[in-house]
Structure formats: C-alpha cells, structure tokens
Design a protein around this ligand. Structure first.
Ligand code: NDP
Length: 341
C-alpha cells in the first residue's frame, strides 16, 4: 500500500517542492491549507509546472491557530512534515502574532500525529533558531549544537517564533508518551526555483531587487540554501533511521544582499541597473532605519558574517548540496520565466 505523508502548509514555496519530491518518490501526499479547495488548485498547478503527476495529492483544511481539522489531517499518515509557519516580510509589532501560530501550531500537529500513531514527524525550523546565540564570536562556525538565545533583545519576532516552535517540538518529543520520532531541518535563506508566482519572503527579496526597489544594499550576509536541497533533505530526514532525534542544517555557503543583486544581474543582464548598485555604509542604514521600519530588522546584522556547517546533512544523510550561486541564479531565472522580474 502507498504510504501517505501529511505536509502542512502545502501551498508554501518550500512545501510545494517537498510535495513534488514526495510525489516523484511514489508517496501519496495529504497537504493542509487554510482553504483546502483553493490550496488544491494552487498545488496542482505548481505540480503541473514541475512536471509531476498530482493524482496522489489531496488537501484538507487546517489552521495553525485552531484545533479543528488536525486529527483528521494526521489520521492514517505514515509520516508528517510540518512546514507551515508565518514568515512575514515585515515584522509585526506584537511578537505573539507570529510566535503563537508557530509554537501552538507545531504542538497541534504533534498532538494530532501522536493520536494518529504517526511514527515520525519532520519539522521545518531554520538556521535562525541556531545562529543567534548569546554572544557571537567572529569565526565561529555554527552547527546543530548551537541554539538561539530568545532572551536577546535584538532579534526579530520571526527568529523568536522559529526558535520557540522548535524548542517546543523537542520538549514534546521528550516528554510525551507515544510521541512520534522527531527530526528537524534548519534551512538557511532559501533560494532556488519558484514553482508559481506566490513568492515566499525569501524570493520576494529578489522580486523587489529586480524591480529596482533598493538602490543600495545594507552590509548583511547569511547562509543560503537551494529549495531543491531543502526538499530532498526533508524526505531523507523522514526515512533515514539515523535522523531520528536529530537536527540538520540545510545551507551551503553564504551570500550578501549586494552579492545576490549582482548574481541576479549576471543571470539577467537587463536588470543590471535595477539591482542594488552599492553597499550602503552602516551609518546610512542606521539613519534610514529611523523612518523605514523594514530596515530596523537588519541593524543587528550589519557587518556580521554567520557561517554554518552542513557536515551533518552530508555525513548522516549523504546529501550533496547545490551551490548558493546555483540557488540564486535558478531563482532569478524562474522569476523571469514567471514574468515576475
Ligand atoms: P511561505 O510563506 O511560502 O509558506 C508559509 C506557509 O505557512 C504557507 O503555506 C502558509 O499558508 C502557512 N501558514 C502561515 N500561517 C499559517 C496558519 N496560521 N495556519 C496555517 N498555515 C499557515 O514560506 P516558505 O515556504 O519560505 O516557508 C516555509 C517554512 O520554512 C516556514 O516554516 C519558514 O519559517 C521556514 N523557513 C523558510 C526559509 C526561507 O528562507 N524561505 C528559511 C528557513 C526556514 P497560507 O498560504 O495560507 O498563508
């Protein structure tokens, strides 16, 4: 009998790639969306663009902030991959707007999976749950042993939401009788091809750059992941016996915002005058942040390079990563094919 995999937030950028990978590997997929009918249409169209047969895809309605729907969603599933979580481009004033759906939603999925006897759950966390440790030592290479300190006053609600959700999941797995095995994937800033025009925050950055929204870029740098690697690692973490109880960083190399712009221009030379043309001095960013709320979130990042090791995903899961350059270039080319930039 075909194994069914529950994929939460199946309409999202990363989740659609996970659904495609699962369907390619012969699994049946039960996706969740806040509106299942709309969600089915979106995911089916994305699968058609990816050249994947979506006959074994179904969708159910469930919201991270409500109890209804989760038990039925998990029932009969062999695995669950919990991807859904709010990822806003602008940070809310009230951290709870993202923290509650992230943490409580994760617990709803885990409770439903436990009731349904699902043996393993894979959670999509982030490198942001790893890298904002109590202090930053230049040159430190972050690994799965590192944890963000949520008492820091300079981190965003999104960073707090991902860290608290992941910590809640590990506590649940440790303390709940009959809980599923847990494996966690911690992706960097995710690039790679979009399957449809509904962009995640991480590709929205390319969209805005391609539209000429940023003449200059703040001096920030972060780990980059290719969405195809992120999807494949989720599926490997789902089945690998060695993955139970483990976190896996999914990222390969870093990129600066300015560098992303330059790579977009290299892939699409007509955008050379639209992408950021210089790196903004930090003092300029600090000044502009007084009026531009979006810039405030980058202030603690200025000039800091955080590097993550992906050795564990390579060694334990046997994963070969695409380069950050490939991820950025293929994202740009996909946005051009979708007529977005
Ligand atoms: P998207 O915005 O494309 O996907 C987010 C998904 O979460 C959407 O399907 C959205 O559903 C769903 N969601 C949000 N709030 C709720 C809610 N209250 N109830 C049910 N579903 C909800 O982003 P990504 O694909 O990029 O992100 C997916 C996951 O990967 C998230 O957990 C994110 O934190 C994580 N991640 C992303 C990175 C990146 O750079 N993209 C990096 C590291 C981690 P709807 O369509 O209904 O809004």
């Amino acid at each position: 009998m075909t194994d069914t995999v529950l994929v939460t937030g199946a309409t999202g950028f990363i989740a659609k790639h996970i659904v495609a990978e699962l369907l390619r590997q012969g699994y049946a997929v039960r996706g969740t969306a806040r509106d299942a009918a709309k969600g089915l249409d979106i995911v089916q169209k994305a699968m058609a663009r990816a050249g994947v047969d979506a006959t074994r895809l179904s969708m159910v309605t469930a919201d991270l902030t409500r109890d209804e729907g989760w038990d039925a969603a998990a029932s009969g599933c062999r695995y669950a991959i919990h991807v859904a979580s709010p990822f806003p481009i602008t940070q809310p004033n009230d951290a709870d707007e993202v923290v509650r759906p992230a943490r409580e939603g994760t617990l709803r999925v885990l409770r439903a999976a436990t009731k349904a006897g699902v043996p393993r759950v894979v959670l999509t966390s982030s490198t942001v749950a790893v890298m904002y440790t109590a202090s930053h030592e230049p040159g430190h290479v972050y690994s799965e042993a590192d944890w963000t300190d949520t008492t820091r006053s300079d981190i965003t609600p999104y960073i707090i939401s991902k860290t608290l959700a992941e910590q809640a999941a590990w506590a649940f797995a440790r303390e709940t009788g009959g809980a599923p095995e847990l494996a966690v994937v911690n992706p960097g800033f995710v690039q790679g091809p979009a399957l449809d025009p509904d962009l995640s925050t991480s590709l929205e950055v390319q969209h805005l750059m391609g539209k000429g929204a940023y003449p200059g870029a703040p001096r920030i740098e972060f780990p980059v992941a290719d969405v195809r690697d992120v999807a494949e690692i989720h599926v490997k973490a789902m089945t690998s016996p060695a993955a139970a109880g483990e976190r896996f960083i999914a990222a390969n190399g870093t990129a600066t915002l300015y560098g992303i712009g330059q790579q977009i221009a290299a892939a699409l030379p007509d955008l050379a005058r639209k992408v950021p043309r210089f790196e903004m001095p930090d003092v300029m960013v600090r000044g502009l942040a007084v009026v531009d709320k979006r810039l405030r979130t980058v202030l603690p990042e200025l000039g800091i390079v955080r590097v993550c090791s992906n050795a564990k995903a390579r060694d334990t899961l046997g994963h070969e990563f695409r380069s950050a350059e490939t991820a950025i270039r293929d994202a740009a080319l996909s946005l051009r094919a979708l007529k977005i930039i």
